[in-house]
Design a protein around this ligand. Structure first.
Ligand SMILES: *Cc1c(COP(=O)(O)O)cnc(C)c1O
Length: 467
């Protein structure tokens, strides 16, 4: 069963959590208890294929909703069209630094690892129940295309993705707008990413609309996304000596979803030495680690746009875990934050946090230097997000001797301009996307207005015979 971080929403089964997304008290769902694997059980996972491992790691979280057999089938389907036999290959940089390539899915970012699974999961649950859903999501780039690719051509799903018009890269935009499936609806909103996110939030806050269209979420507030990401922490750690040895991870971080999955892996018993956060100039998390204060700041545009985020929504899950799983307390903190745009935590919280977490920030100049250096040293091209991960690993690794695994979250060809400037190399798109720049596009330009977007969704559902 799952409970809300704010302690005032119904306990839900896994199925319901997947379809619900945000809890009705505004909180995020987390497992009521963390399943824990013994070191022997973790050792027994060595040598499994990625989909087999995925089924084993996720099984305790879905028990009662999905049988092990069904889960194994879903995992097999989810990773069937990745372009590397290892799904998530681990590349050795030197004796104690590794890069985990999480860009071998259809849209070339780590988000495919969770969203490809979530697409099949939605399908499975909706078929079982004979229901249909409408998905609404906001994207600054990578989430949108990964969600669209996961949900395209599925009868039981209509998907609406809002992106800020003119403010995503051409590759990112085309990865969304060239999907011409009838159930896919791209909205180019005349506003910023925050406007997109606020619009989606307003749709969820409109309970009547939410219930009428069976609204669901694909952003990382959805527990299933975190769950599917726990898998590759086990996958990578097992290859460098876990569970007999401790392992550290460095994670380029925006909404705190990916790195929270690393925390979840440690809660399950994986021996994790450090979780190192990499940030760009939008450094709220680093400031928090330094000061114990969370403060909202204006977002600046960087060459790592998927981390251009003013507030990390998944941090609420960590807040819950590290403050004694006290929903009332989290609820009070978040209410305070909504009013004053800041909150502070006590010393005990910070001590708990620092047992695992540390972080470092890199502006665009520093990020490009890392890309250039790694290319010179290893002939490896990193995208700007992954480069920040590596930079953070090098800045913050402790002297425990634990190897560090850097999560490479996007393919360099998603950000060709930055990579060109940094390493004077042009990263090629993989074959399945080679003609992306000449494919026809479809999207709807809409005014930055909640009622306009709502009306568009309602009319589209009507036209599609889905309301
Ligand atoms: C989404 C994204 C991130 C940030 O991940 P979070 O789970 O939001 O912390 C980092 N890098 C890339 C390439 C992304 O697409």
């Amino acid at each position: 069963m799952y409970i809300s971080t704010r302690g005032n929403a119904p306990e839900l089964s896994f199925d319901d959590v997947v379809l619900t997304g945000l809890a009705r008290d505004g909180g995020l769902y987390v497992p009521k208890t963390w399943p824990r694997l013994s070191l022997e059980e973790i050792s027994s996972l060595k040598g499994l294929s990625y989909p087999q491992l995925a089924a084993r790691v996720m099984a305790p979280f879905v028990a009662g909703s999905i049988s092990e057999d069904e889960l194994a089938k879903l995992a097999a389907k989810a990773y069937a069209n990745f372009d590397h036999p290892d799904i998530a290959p681990l590349v050795r940089l030197n004796d104690d630094e590794y890069v985990l390539e999480l860009f071998h899915g259809p849209t070339l970012a780590f988000k495919d690892y969770a969203l490809q699974f979530l697409g099949h999961l939605f399908d499975h649950i909706l078929k079982k129940r004979g229901e249909k859903i409408t998905i609404a999501g906001a994207t600054s780039g990578d989430t949108g295309s990964a969600a669209i690719e996961a949900c395209r051509d599925r009868d039981a799903i209509e998907i609406f993705i809002l992106h800020p018009q003119g403010k995503v890269s051409e590759v990112q935009r085309r990865q969304m707008t060239t999907v011409l499936s009838d159930n896919v609806h791209n909205i180019a909103l005349q506003g910023t990413f925050d406007d997109c996110q606020n619009t989606v939030k307003a749709l969820f806050d409109d309970t009547e609309f939410r219930d009428n269209v069976h609204l669901s979420a694909v952003n990382s507030i959805n527990w299933a996304r975190i769950l599917a990401q726990v898998v590759y922490y086990f996958w990578a750690a097992l290859q460098v000596g876990a569970p007999d040895k401790k392992v550290s991870f460095a994670v380029p971080t925006g909404n705190f979803g990916n790195v929270f999955a690393g925390f979840a892996a440690s809660k399950m018993g994986l021996p994790v030495e450090q979780l190192i956060i990499g940030s760009n100039a939008n450094d709220v998390l680093i400031r928090f680690i330094e000061s114990g204060k969370m403060e909202l700041h204006d977002v600046v545009h960087t060459i790592s746009p998927s981390m251009d985020i003013g507030i990390s929504s998944n941090f609420e899950r960590l807040l819950f875990e590290l403050s004694g799983r006290d929903g009332k307390k989290v609820s009070a903190i978040m209410a305070d934050f909504a009013k004053t745009k800041s909150y502070a935590v006590d010393d005990e919280f910070m001590q708990n946090l620092k047992q695992l977490f540390s972080g470092a920030r890199f502006d665009d100049v520093a990020t490009k230097k890392i890309i250039g250096d790694v290319y010179a040293e290893n002939k490896m091209l990193l995208d700007p997000h992954s480069a920040i991960g590596l930079g953070a690993a090098r800045a913050n690794r402790n002297n425990s001797g634990a190897p560090v695994i850097v999560l490479a979250t996007a393919h360099p060809a998603k950000f060709p301009d930055a990579v060109m400037q940094a390493a004077n190399q042009h990263p090629e798109l993989p074959p399945h996307l080679a003609d992306l720049l000449s494919r026809p596009e479809r999207s709807e330009i809409l005014q930055n207005s909640v009622s306009v977007v709502k009306e568009y969704i309602e009319q589209t559902l009507q036209k599609r015979g889905k309301s």
